[in-house]
Design a protein around this ligand. Structure first.
Ligand code: GUN
Ligand code: ZN
Length: 438
């Protein structure tokens, strides 16, 4: 079997830096060699140690002044919203009415959906994101189009058809029965095919009846291993609306809990305005939160309490939440995360930021068996970061004296220009066009 080796500074995480001493949370090799065979990690070590052991047929790519880390994981994003990113002026509920619903109507056309899916994946890979948990639209064909595109590129992706049977324009509504049947067909077609996984995807409690949420729970029971992906407690007007719509529920999360939607493969995006009991239920059920700071700032939703999640023992991953998030870049998302935590009196280390973007994200979506770090046997999804991507980054990174400083500079100044190359299952799926950086 041919080995492909990549020589670079290599960083990956073994533990959450908030739960162990920081220096025990990661492995960093200054002159490292990452060896890939058959799309998986075969070895990681120092170049000095591993170079002599490489077979004569092995190829070696020299990225010596660059930093390799596992591919970024975006735990919450909407592919149909690519074309409405940066839509002006509204908070959540008006933003949905004004921009989101009209945009999503177009995805009834599978050819249209297929074209957007391709360009969406191009954009993810340009930004170093190799896995994402993705909302489609209410149209089953939007999800067929997305999975077909992801399968062709051999990407590990999670996607689901939106369930939405009320409080939305008629052409975007399904019924509980249609939503159930379409989701079931999509699960049977796509879940577990290659690297693809399905998420049962009620948009949020206001757009699903209790009957629809109950059928979403039935899908999860009938298809063990399938994910669940929705929004929770993003905006105060939304929280108040859920209280009206679900008078019998203890709180917002309870509208999902009653339907059996919590669990180790469930992700709730945002979670800004949670009550004590909601934190407790998320922890008790091993459910995850997608922390989407760019979106939370853009829609004026509020500040996520990351330290509370650490203390409560709730899993967290990073999400861009495009199109409410105004960037595809997980590096820019780290910068927004840092700033929101500053406002909350919490100093977020760049180690935590890179952990959330890689192994933490993988744990949050229950894909850590496959991706998230360079443990031998894991899928070889990785990104080559260029700390000198722009004149300013070059100038600043030359003055870094520690790994912490270098990672912080990448997180605060980095964007798509910092992604020199992206690899998925060992194949190069994006190479920066150097004219973009000048
Ligand atoms: N809540 C319900 N739908 C959406 C959506 O599309 N984006 C965001 N940010 N929040 C939502
Ligand atoms: Zn969202």
């Amino acid at each position: 079997m041919t080995s492909h080796a990549y020589r670079a500074r290599v960083l990956h995480f073994l533990h959450d830096p908030d739960l162990v001493p920081i220096e025990d949370s990661y492995e960093y090799i200054e002159d490292g060699l990452l060896v890939i065979e058959d799309g998986r990690v075969a070895a990681l070590g120092s170049a000095q140690q591993l170079l002599p052991e490489l077979g004569s047929e092995a190829t070696i790519t020299d990225y010596r002044d660059k930093l390799i880390c596992p591919g970024f994981i975006d735990t919450h994003i909407h592919y149909p919203q690519k074309e409405m990113i940066a839509s002006y002026g509204e908070q959540l509920l008006q933003w949905l009415e004004t921009y989101t619903f009209p945009t999503e109507t177009q995805f009834a056309d599978e050819d249209y959906a297929a074209a957007v899916a391709e360009r969406f994946l191009d954009e993810l890979l340009r930004h170093g994101t190799t896995t994402a948990q993705v909302f489609g639209t209410v149209h089953a064909q939007s999800v067929d189009a997305f999975f077909a595109a992801a399968e062709q590129r051999d990407l590990r992706m999670i996607c689901g058809k939106v369930l939405m049977d009320r409080n939305a324009p008629e052409e975007l509504r399904d019924t509980p029965e249609e939503g159930y049947a379409d989701s079931k067909r999509l699960i049977e077609t796509w879940h577990g095919r290659g690297r693809l996984r399905y998420a049962v995807t009620p948009r949020f409690a206001p757009t699903s009846s209790p009957e629809q949420l109950a059928l979403a729970g039935k899908l999860l029971t009938e298809h063990p291993g399938v994910h669940m992906h929705t929004h929770l407690s993003e905006n105060l007007a939304e929280v108040a609306w859920v209280k009206e719509l679900f008078p019998e529920a203890k709180h917002y999360l309870d509208s999902y809990d009653r339907a059996g939607l919590l669990g180790e493969r469930s992700t709730f995006a945002h979670c800004i305005h949670l009550e004590n009991d909601e934190w407790q239920r998320l922890a008790d059920t091993n459910s995850a939160i997608a922390f989407c700071p760019a979106s939370n700032l853009f829609l004026g939703s509020g500040l996520f309490k990351l330290q509370r999640a650490v203390h409560e023992g709730v899993k967290v991953g990073l999400g861009t939440d495009v199109g409410a998030g105004n960037t595809f870049s997980i590096l820019e998302t780290m910068a927004d995360a840092y700033k929101t935590q500053q406002l909350d009196g919490n100093r977020m280390t760049p180690f935590k930021a890179f952990y959330l973007a890689t192994l933490g994200g993988a744990h949050s979506i229950d894909c850590h068996q496959h991706i998230g770090n360079f443990a031998v046997g894991k899928e070889a999804d990785f990104v080559v970061l260029d700390p000198a991507a722009t004149p300013l980054m070059e100038y600043r990174s030359e003055r870094c004296d520690s790994l912490l400083e270098l990672l912080f500079v990448l997180a605060m100044l980095g964007d798509d220009r910092s992604i020199l190359a992206t690899y998925a299952a060992g194949a190069c799926v994006h190479q920066r066009d150097n004219s973009e950086t000048t």
